[in-house]
Write a protein that binds this ligand. Structure first.
Ligand SMILES: *[C@@H]1O[C@H](CO)[C@@H](O)[C@H](O)[C@H]1NC(C)=O
Length: 490
């Protein structure tokens, strides 16, 4: 029979590469083909993924050497302002031995000091001068840096790029070799002047950069809204914003602000919606009004507040209630939608300074008005502030250095505190003096704002593990627009 098993037929010779007992199974022809195909398929799949993740890939690789991402080669990281505040300035670097023609510094050379009358409008202080002049200005930035470092969690391009849609008020920008580029510009229906102000301010700080000190290249998102909504915080990486809260002040169940990087607010440029002039001009007007009051005691002995109840209405209503029919208060509600209310109740910001006591409340988040009030030679009175701004670390509410007065969030002790100040005019004057020295003549100067921007750029870069690319690798097109071009399209 043809199908009879051939147990007894003589063994036919097997090919050498067949599965003789000595060769491993891998060399069987069929297996070889299968393994080959699988390998090819895997490689193609990998290539596809790589292509898809394109730029991210190289950056991810860097994560395998996590100890190196803080050591950028291209510039020297800046000293931490907070560390200097805690431990004092480092000893001056001794001149190199046998200095080659370099001038040896004179031992008793005068140390540079910030003098408001000379330096307040100088956008071009160098980084050493910035640290010396504004030791408390950079606290929130240092906190953000520490958080990233301690978690060994650098900002990656993938993190930035994971934000697929900009929320209202958001934009994406890049600083590349010291120049500003706008990569993506979101819906600015409610925030048009703010976003523009922010980019102009940032650009101003860049072009004023003293001695062309090297600035690292970075890429970031910012929000020109009062705060960043929870879903926008979750939908991508870090966001620069005008204000942020400590985690202890976040309501249960809300997303905290740990991924918010604090930036200066739009008011350092201008705030046209509430008729506030460009910042330096506003400061000039305030100085002019204050110069009419050589004697602080000649100011109106009242607590002033003008504002809308549309935002933070519960908080602000507390102030209105606590001051109703009080001889020591001039508090009026402004309805910005009603021209008569605006005409009757709005007071130019500089005229606030004619009053001895200025009440301040938060709004939808922080209130941009605070920094103007702190420019007056008056006593700033506010509830505990939850929404932080850069200068807040310099606020002192008690002791001989007190530079403002803090009252309960429901204003229940407001009357007692104001009456105390009215009875002790020297205490009030000392607080106003301290306020002027700390805020008007230091932390709220244009010089401080420019220092803040550059410190923010350097420190953000210190915990970023990537250098942004100016050109898209695939399309070879520039990513975004240079500021100079973008500004013409406005
Ligand atoms: C406040 O400052 C002015 C001007 O420097 C000074 O004359 C005055 O004595 C100061 N007042 C107090 C209470 O320190």
């Amino acid at each position: 029979m043809a199908n009879k098993p051939q147990h007894h037929s003589p063994p036919s010779p097997k090919p050498l590469w067949g599965s003789s007992s000595r060769l491993p199974g891998l060399f069987r022809p069929r297996l070889l083909i299968i393994v080959g195909c699988t390998f090819t398929l895997l490689v193609s799949a990998c290539l596809l993924v790589l292509e898809f993740e394109n730029q991210n890939y190289a950056l991810r690789l860097q994560l395998f050497r996590p100890n190196h991402y803080f050591e950028k080669q291209c510039y020297t990281p800046l000293e931490s302002a907070t560390e200097r505040l805690q431990h004092g300035s480092p000893p001056p670097v001794p001149p190199p031995p046998g200095g080659s023609g370099g001038e040896v510094k004179n031992g008793d050379e005068e140390e540079w000091r910030f003098v408001a009358s000379r330096d307040a409008n100088n956008y071009a202080l160098n980084s050493e001068q910035c640290l010396a002049a504004f030791p408390k200005l950079f606290t929130e930035i240092d906190k953000s840096v520490t958080q990233r470092r301690e978690a060994n969690n650098p900002i990656t391009f993938g993190e930035i790029n994971s934000r697929k849609k900009l929320g209202q008020g958001m934009a994406r920008a890049m600083i590349y070799q010291g120049e500003l580029y706008i990569v993506e510009y979101g819906d600015m229906m409610y925030t048009a002047t703010r976003a523009k102000s922010t980019l102009h301010s940032l650009h101003r700080a860049l072009v004023a950069n003293a001695d062309r000190e090297p600035l690292p290249s970075i890429e970031f998102h910012f929000s020109a809204d009062d705060f960043v909504w929870d879903d926008l915080k979750l939908a991508g990486g870090p966001v620069w914003a005008y204000s942020k809260r400590d985690t202890s002040d976040i309501d249960l169940g809300d997303v905290d602000d740990s991924n918010i990087w604090l930036m200066p607010d739009f008011g350092y440029w201008a705030w046209p919606e509430v008729e506030i002039a460009p910042y330096r001009e506003t400061r000039r007007r305030i100085a002019a009004v204050d110069s009419e009051y050589d004697d602080f005691q000649a100011k109106k002995k009242q607590l002033l507040w003008r504002g809308s109840l549309n935002t933070a209405s519960e908080l602000r209503s507390g102030l209105v209630e606590a001051t109703k029919n009080k001889y020591w208060a001039s508090v009026r509600v402004v309805d910005w939608g009603d021209s008569k209310s605006v005409a009757d109740n709005v007071l130019p910001i500089e005229d606030h300074c004619r009053y001895m006591f200025l009440a301040h409340t938060e709004g939808r988040s922080f209130s941009g008005r605070g920094k103007y009030l702190l420019n007056c030679h008056s006593v700033f009175i506010t509830h505990p502030l939850i929404w932080r701004e850069a200068h807040h670390a310099a606020l002192i509410s008690s002791g001989p250095d007190a530079n403002y007065v803090q009252v309960a969030r429901d204003f229940s002790n407001l009357e007692a505190k104001v009456e105390y100040l009215l009875d002790n005019p020297q205490v009030a004057e000392r607080i106003a003096n301290n306020s002027v020295e700390t805020f008007r003549d230091r932390y709220l100067t244009p010089a401080a704002e420019a220092c803040y921007w550059r410190y923010l750029i350097r420190k953000y870069a210190e915990v970023s593990d990537f250098e942004p690319k100016l050109y898209d690798e695939r399309t070879k097109k520039m990513r975004g627009q240079p500021y100079e071009q973008w500004v013409l399209s406005l």
